[in-house]
Design a binder for this molecule. Structure first.
Ligand SMILES: Cc1ncc(COP(=O)(O)O)c(C=O)c1O
Length: 374
C-alpha cells in the first residue's frame, strides 16, 4: 500500500530529538525553530516526560470514558489554576479540529442558533464545521460548504458589531494570534469590544488557542493580553508535547448533559499522563516566562535585520514577513544552515520553537539567519 500523498515533503528523515534540536537518519543535527508545528512545548524527549509516559503505558495505556479516570481529574485540577480558569470545565479530545467542532457544537446546543462568525485568513482545522470556519476555499469541500459562516475583516470593530447586532449569531471563533494567517495579532481593543458585543447578543465567544496557547505567547493564553474571558477556549498542539490530545475549556455558564459530547480516545490515561508531565515541566522550568523573555529578545533583534519587511509576534510565536516569496530563504535555512522553520502563505516565515529555547540557542538562530540574509 502507498501513502495517500497529500503532504509536500522535505527529503529529511528525522529520527531523534532532544530539547530544541533534532537529528536525521544520517546523524545531521538541526536547530528546531518550528517545534513540529508549534507542538513541542517542553522540548523533545524531556526526561521527566519520557519517564512519566513510559511508567503510565506500562501500567495502563487506555481505558474508556465509561469509568472514572483520576488522571483526567488531576489534569483538570492542575490546569485550572495554572491557566487562570480554575472555575471552567474541561472536555478532552484528540486534535485541534475536534476541539473546535465540539466548542461550536456546544455553542449551538446552548443558544439554538446555527450561524458562526469567523475572520479573514482564519484557520481552525480541516474537518466539518472547523474547516467551514477556516477562511481558505481550497480546503473547503462542497460537502463542508453549508452556509453557516460569515467571514469578517480582521480587527474591524464596526463590521463585527454590525454582524452581531443581527442577533442570530451562534458563536464567534477567533484565534488568540492567527498562526496559518501569518502571525496576525488581534488588537486588545478589538477583543474587548468583541467580548462586549457577544454578551449583548447572547453569542458564544470561542477563543482558538490551539497554536497561540499553552504559554507560547509569553502568557498562558494570548487573549490574556487583552484581559478578556472567553466562553470557551480550545487547546491542542503543546498540551501533551506531541502526544495527540486537545481540550475545550468551558465556562460555568454551560451545564453538561450526559451523552451530549463524547469520544472514544479523548482523555485516555496515556494522553493525560503526557499532559500532566507537560504542566510539571512548564512550572518547574518557568517555560512561560522563558517564552516571554527569549521571545522579546528575538523580536527586538529581528527588527534590526536587513531584508525583513515586518516582524510580528508575541513570545515564541513570531512571523517574519519578506517583500517577496520566503521559500528560498526557508530552504537555505533548512538545507544550508540546518534550521527548521515554518511557512505561512508565500511571504512569511513562522518561528514556533519549543518553549525551552535558550538565549544562546536564540542567538545561534539569529547568526544562522544572518548567514542567509547577508
Ligand atoms: C489555530 C489552529 N486551530 C486549529 C488547528 C487544527 O488542529 P489539528 O491539526 O490538531 O486538528 C490548528 C492547526 O494548525 C491551528 O493552528
Amino acid at each position: 500500500m502507498k501513502l495517500f500523498d497529500v503532504y509536500p515533503l522535505f527529503d529529511i528523515n528525522i529520527v531523534k530529538g532532544k530539547g530544541c534540536h533534532v537529528w536525521d537518519d544520517k546523524g545531521q543535527e538541526y536547530l528546531d525553530l518550528y517545534g513540529g508545528h508549534a507542538v513541542i512545548s517542553i522540548g523533545h524527549a524531556h526526561p521527566h516526560y519520557v519517564e512519566t509516559i513510559s511508567k503510565q503505558v506500562a501500567q495502563l495505556g487506555f481505558y474508556s470514558n465509561s469509568v472514572i479516570n483520576k488522571l483526567q481529574q488531576e489534569l483538570a485540577e492542575r490546569l485550572g489554576p495554572m491557566c487562570g480558569y480554575d472555575d471552567y470545565q474541561l472536555f478532552l479530545i484528540n486534535s485541534g479540529a475536534e476541539a473546535n467542532e465540539n466548542a461550536m457544537k456546544l455553542a449551538s446546543f446552548y443558544n439554538g442558533r446555527t450561524r458562526v462568525v469567523s475572520f479573514a485568513k482564519a484557520f481552525h482545522g480541516r474537518t466539518s464545521l472547523a474547516v467551514e470556519v477556516t477562511n481558505n476555499p481550497k480546503i473547503i469541500a462542497p460537502i463542508n460548504d453549508n452556509g453557516h459562516v460569515t467571514y469578517l475583516p480582521w480587527n474591524d470593530t464596526e463590521a463585527m458589531k454590525a454582524e452581531l447586532a443581527k442577533g442570530d449569531v451562534c458563536a464567534v471563533i477567533i484565534e488568540g494570534i492567527q498562526g496559518v494567517g501569518g502571525i496576525q495579532i488581534p488588537s486588545d481593543e478589538f477583543l474587548q469590544e468583541l467580548r462586549k458585543a457577544c454578551d449583548a447578543n447572547n453569542t458564544v465567544l470561542i477563543l482558538d488557542e490551539i497554536q497561540s496557547g499553552y504559554g507560547r505567547s509569553g502568557k498562558f493564553f494570548a487573549h490574556q493580553y487583552a484581559g478578556i474571558r472567553p466562553d470557551m477556549i480550545t487547546v491542542a498542539k503543546g498540551i501533551a508535547n506531541g502526544f495527540p490530545m486537545a481540550g475545550v475549556l468551558i465556562s460555568p455558564k454551560f451545564t453538561p448533559v450526559y451523552g451530549q459530547l463524547g469520544t472514544t480516545f479523548g482523555g485516555n490515561h496515556l494522553a493525560c499522563a503526557a499532559a500532566i508531565a507537560v504542566l510539571d515541566v512548564m512550572k518547574e522550568e518557568n517555560l512561560i516566562d522563558n517564552a516571554a523573555k527569549v521571545g522579546t529578545h528575538l523580536l527586538e533583534e529581528l527588527k534590526g535585520f536587513k531584508g525583513i519587511k515586518e516582524v510580528r509576534g508575541r513570545g515564541l510565536m513570531i512571523g517574519l514577513e519578506f517583500e517577496g516569496p520566503a521559500k528560498e530563504i526557508r530552504r537555505q535555512l533548512l538545507f544550508e544552515q540546518k534550521v527548521f522553520t515554518g511557512a505561512s502563505g508565500t511571504n512569511v516565515i513562522r518561528l514556533l520553537p519549543p518553549l525551552c529555547l535558550s538565549m544562546a540557542e536564540a542567538d545561534d538562530f539569529l547568526d544562522r539567519l544572518h548567514n542567509v540574509l547577508r
